[in-house]
Design a protein around this ligand. Sequence first.
Ligand code: WQD
Length: 343
Amino acid sequence: MKLNSGTLLITGGGGYIGSHTVVQLQAAGYRPLVLDNLSNCVPAVFERIEQISGQPVELIEGDVRDSVLLERIFSRYPIDAVIHFAGLKAVGESVQQPLRYYRHNVQGSLTLFEAMQRHGCKRLVFSSSATVYGPAATMPVNEQAPLAACNPYGRSKLMVEEMLGDLAAADSDWQIALLRYFNPVGAHPSGLIGEDPVGVPNNLLPYVAQVAIGRLPQLQVFGDDYPTPDGTGVRDYIHVMDLADGHLKALQALTDGHGCVPYNLGTGRGYSVLEVVAAFAAESGRPVPYDIAPRRAGDAAISYADPTFSRQQLGWRASRDLAEMVRDHWRWQQRNPNGYPTE
Ligand code: WQD
């Protein structure tokens, strides 16, 4: 990508994937400005990023829905491109609170894109999700698979993807990458930053990590009667550092003529729940007690990516295997048994 100032706006840069991406952006010589409302992260994450990179994080505390703040930001800084992470992302919660999800994820995105347009900033990496693929998608999932989100969170991501497709069709100056994440796990190898969910984790890896560290008594395996080798759900887990690297590659691909393009960010390999549990127990040396519970509503049996297009177009591929994912996730959990310090 032709860089003028190297200045980037990273919305939600204090979150799990955002923070790991900021570390990699700093290492690559960019100047990431983080806009975060701190609703799903604590200030300690920015100190930790600086401990890793040696560079202070320029944080603007605020919300992407604040058009006055966005006007100030784009007027003050020479922003070359935006990576838009900010949003709500709990599937179950989205079913209970659909309007909150549309307000944050859709209205927030619209407000951001309008500010970008007003200031001629038309390069965007959008944090999307494999949730936009419907249950009918055949495995492995490629970018042409049918899109049919089946919950408000996934629908909010799909709506924003479609808004961006319309925008790029109307104005060829827009260069946009839609990054569809599969299952992000792991942590920076330093153990200084990682996933720190609020409350009881919804996702498998943080839940297993909290069982291994002793914060939770045992794992509930949601169903062992799926049509999979061991009966438990299969997912494409991808190391958050591989994911962060995918954002840099996507950013660099946003040259003239790119248009609006979706990319799957997955490894192309699926692992079952029990394989993850076994890997975690092996890497941590801790028991991970579990029992079999009923299936969770809305869960697919199997989901894993065909990452061919991302490899061909972005020159990107995930390089870290399951052992490294759980090893790094465990190091973060061991060094931060209760997550980030809050004082
Ligand atoms: C993985 C597997 C569960 C917890 C979700 C969102 C997706 C994305 C990633 C945002 C499944 C099983 C889980 C537990 C279990 N988020 N499981 N016991 O559902 O594939 O994807 O997170 O973009 O949008 O849908 O991830 O980690 O919740 O579940 O047995 O306590 O682990 O049934 O098979 P999922 P997950």
